[in-house]
Write a protein that binds this ligand. Structure first.
Ligand SMILES: Nc1ncnc2c1ncn2[C@@H]1O[C@H](COP(=O)(O)OP(=O)(O)OP(=O)(O)O)[C@@H](O)[C@H]1O
Length: 316
């Protein structure tokens, strides 16, 4: 049974659907449909390929069914695990539109885990923003899910080598959250997804948001550049502990298109930042009740942050 409309995307709509499982229990899922169009690649096909590839990671929704129907002019569909509100919607419900320090960093660290997994499967996301990550439904309210792979791109060639960068790349993504490379019109790599994760964290952490709250693309680019220099403190204004987030930015800015990202270093500095304010990055999020916390299993399918070796860059 098709239920409420959950979201309208650029290419398809997402509905809540419910059906009975083999025990007669009603189970809810999300149905995403995309109209088939001539002369256009299906975004949904890409999403399906990615969700299948990342099936081993708990930051991705599980596929229940998928296919193509010829009715109504033809459409592709996917039925997947239903998740809760997006990070952007959650932040809006909080005072000043921001999370606590530990929730913001904890969520950011999970977004990075999802993106690391995507990179491991040789895709970059290219549209990282709070609207493209969601939290799970109870009892999975401590899990962050990556959504929307509509403009994801394979960054390796058939020999599994990083593709030669194109000379010129058209702007794709979301102005507020895109990396500097996107403004420069150059090929995006793994480090650029990580740059967007830093912007995502700051957008749900700093009261008043990112300093480039303007419409004009060139102004946004200019302010992002200035935030590397004279306006740097403005980007991190008012937060409890900024030292490690500065390191995050310095590290990402030191990387080039083809470079591997030292994700462990980034998890480590996010965790350290929380320790420095007397908390733990795995602490319950603001929306979790004690009951949820009790139920929550600490183990995830993805690599755990804790107990990882200090990487070569992990000298803080
Ligand atoms: N598995 C899901 N469970 C619950 N809600 C979902 C799920 N997937 C997507 N949504 C909701 O639907 C909205 C649109 O989904 P999504 O961003 O994947 O679509 P899109 O067509 O690719 O969008 P865009 O135009 O932003 O690229 C999301 O913001 C989210 O609110």
């Amino acid at each position: 049974m098709v239920g409420q409309l959950l979201g309208v995307g650029g290419f398809g709509d997402v509905f809540q659907v419910s059906c009975k499982d083999k025990d007669g229990q009603t189970v809810d899922y999300a149905l995403k449909v995309e109209k088939q169009k001539e002369n256009r690649h299906s975004k949904l096909k890409m999403e399906i390929a990615i969700l299948k590839a990342c099936n081993d990671c708990n930051h991705f929704t599980k596929i229940v069914d998928r296919g193509k129907r010829d009715e109504l002019g033809g459409y592709f569909f996917i039925i997947m695990e239903l998740v809760g509100k997006t990070i952007g919607d959650m932040a809006k419900k909080h005072p000043n539109g921001v999370f606590s320090f530990v929730t913001a960093l904890g969520v950011g660290s999970q977004c990075l885990e999802g993106i690391e997994s995507l990179h491991k499967h040789e895709y970059i996301h290219r549209d990282i923003k709070p609207a493209n990550f969601a939290i799970g439904l109870p009892p999975k309210q401590h899990i962050v899910y990556v959504l929307d792979f509509g403009i994801a791109r394979k960054f390796t060639n058939f020999k599994n080598e990083v593709k030669t960068p194109r000379q010129r790349v058209a702007f794709k993504g979301t102005l507020r959250f895109c990396a500097l490379a996107c403004h420069q019109g150059v090929e995006l790599g793994r480090k650029d997804d990580c740059e967007s994760i830093l912007y995502l964290i700051l957008s749900v952490l700093v009261v008043g948001g990112l300093p480039w709250d303007v419409e004009n693309r060139h102004d946004v680019w200019r302010i992002k550049e200035e935030c590397r220099r004279e306006k740097r403190s403005e980007l991190f204004r008012g937060i409890r502990r900024a030292k490690e987030l500065h390191l995050f930015m310095d590290y990402i800015d030191s990387l080039a298109y083809q470079d591997q990202v030292d994700y462990d270093f980034l998890y480590k500095i996010l965790a350290l930042s929380c320790t420095e304010v007397g908390a733990d990055i795995n602490d319950p999020y603001e929306w979790e009740s004690m009951e949820d916390v009790k139920k929550r299993k600490k183990k995830t399918n993805c690599k755990k942050k804790e107990g990882k070796k200090i990487s070569k860059k992990g000298k803080i």
